[in-house]
Write a protein that binds this ligand. Structure first.
Ligand code: HEM
Length: 421
């Protein structure tokens, strides 16, 4: 039973709606290149070997003709470049003065809550002030809080629903459900509304309306949850004056966490699971030595990061790895290609959790490095750990469709049909 919340069970989730919202191939996801079916890695290897930086977008250089809309796109009026080596992508992520997250300096206040006005799109000191407000809830020492309060119970409820069935489709019924339930639950949103939140992600006003009563209640009576952290947080402006976040700022924060934290962890968890299920010996090794699960997760983040592409806006003319980048242009960072750079990793195309650990760019890097990375890791560890604990002889369904990785900006498995018992 959820602590302090209405009594809810995972049966409150509508499976068909879950499928519709989380099918990578559905129209819902084509804006993120969900219809991109090719394995881009061989092509990215060629591009990386030819030059660290190319003219054009990763999108077009990868032969994708769809009209995806993502960070750094469209901006048709400015030149676009793409970096493919680890050294070039890492250098750009670490130099936020030359490579800014946003083309413009955002004003302190905005009329509309949403992604564009969130800290992901902020630069410099303003980014640091906003990020510092939530950072304490996302440090490694807080992983236990996330696990015991918001993750463990959801995971066990989801496995309860599968355990007697002998077969399951883990991508949607399990991986997709965990992150959206974790985040919405940590906001105090009941399980029955979680899918409504997911369906409304492109309509900030609807999410704001769902959050408004919770924000008001937490202002009156703070609890041990994330909205309470936000209503109590104090922003210090440039003159050192403290002020509380407005409702609008809280909605923007919440929308960012929902957008950044639900689709990503879902797909990355599916990638880890697929990589293990397709290698039964490795799966058996992880099952018997659970300390291998964490390296398997890190290796999947390197080998196939769910977000293989981010962008930066060039603020001043610069010579960068053999290319002249004019001020105002966009530099796309192909993190997927960077993570398989043979200059940094031996046998980079192999999924090998036993390889020596080296930092990859699966969670980005520099000041904007993923805020939720320890939460994501905890969700994947607890989720996959529970499947291994409770579903004996878990294996891919030999009669089902085999999972394939698809997607341009958000990569993930098509489906993960399994049998067990
Ligand atoms: C495996 C799952 C995840 C992956 C692969 C991932 C990846 C990333 C990457 C690559 C960035 C950097 C973007 C940039 O530099 O422009 C980022 C930023 C961010 N992520 Fe994640 N993420 C994941 C899960 C999460 C979760 C669970 C949350 C929240 C609960 C979250 C919240 C954020 C936020 C707030 C930012 C913006 C940070 C900033 O601008 O300072 N992410 N993520």
């Amino acid at each position: 039973m959820w602590r302090g919340d209405p009594v809810t069970t995972v049966q409150g989730l509508n499976r068909d709606r879950l499928k519709e919202l989380f099918d990578l191939r559905s129209s819902y996801n084509t804006l993120m290149g969900g219809d991109f079916q090719t394995d881009p890695y061989p092509l990215w290897a060629r591009l990386r070997a030819e030059a660290p930086v190319h003219d054009g977008t990763v999108h077009r250089l990868s032969g994708y003709s769809g009209e995806a809309f993502f960070q750094g796109l469209p901006f048709p009026e400015v030149p676009h470049f793409s970096a493919f080596t680890f050294a070039a992508c890492d250098a750009a992520l670490r130099d936020e003065v030359t490579f800014a997250s946003s083309p413009t300096v955002l004003g302190e206040s905005s009329e509309t809550p949403g992604f564009e006005t969130s800290m992901l799109s902020m630069n410099g000191a303003m980014h640091r002030r906003y990020r510092a407000l939530v950072q304490p809830s996302f440090v490694p020492a807080k992983a236990g809080w996330w696990i015991t309060k918001w993750i463990e119970e959801t995971v066990q409820l989801l496995v309860d629903g599968l355990v007697d069935q002998g077969r399951a489709e883990l991508n949607v019924d399990f991986c997709a459900a965990i992150p959206i339930l974790t985040i919405t639950h940590s906001f105090g949103i009941p399980i029955e509304q979680a899918l409504e939140v997911r369906a409304s992600l492109s309509q900030p006003a609807k999410i704001a309306a769902m959050l408004a009563p919770i924000v008001a209640a937490r202002r009156e009576d703070p609890q041990d949850d994330l909205i309470s952290v936000l209503v109590q947080a104090e922003l210090r402006d440039e003159d050192g004056v403290h002020q509380r976040l407005s409702d609008l700022e809280i909605y923007s924060f919440a929308i960012l966490l929902l957008l950044a934290g639900s689709g990503t962890t879902w797909k990355q968890m599916g990638i880890v699971l697929t990589a293990l299920l397709e290698r039964p010996e490795l799966l058996a090794a992880v099952r018997s030595d659970r300390s291998l699960l964490r390296p398997a997760i890190e290796e999947a983040l390197r080998w196939t990061p769910t977000d293989p592409m981010f962008s930066r806006h060039v603020t001043r003319d610069t010579e960068f790895f053999g290319k002249h980048l004019p001020a105002g242009s966009v530099l796309h960072l192909c993190l997927g290609a960077a993570n398989r750079d043979p200059a940094r990793w031996d046998r980079p195309d192999e999924f090998d959790p036993r390889r020596p650990v080296k930092r990859s760019l699966g969670f980005g890097g520099g000041f904007h490095i993923c805020l939720g990375m320890h939460v994501a890791r905890a969700e994947m560890l607890v989720g996959i750990g529970a499947l291994l604990d409770r579903l004996p002889n878990l294996r891919l369904d030999p009669d089902g469709p085999q999972p394939r990785y698809i997607g341009m900006y958000e990569r993930g498995a098509t489906e993960i049909p399994v049998v067990f018992g």
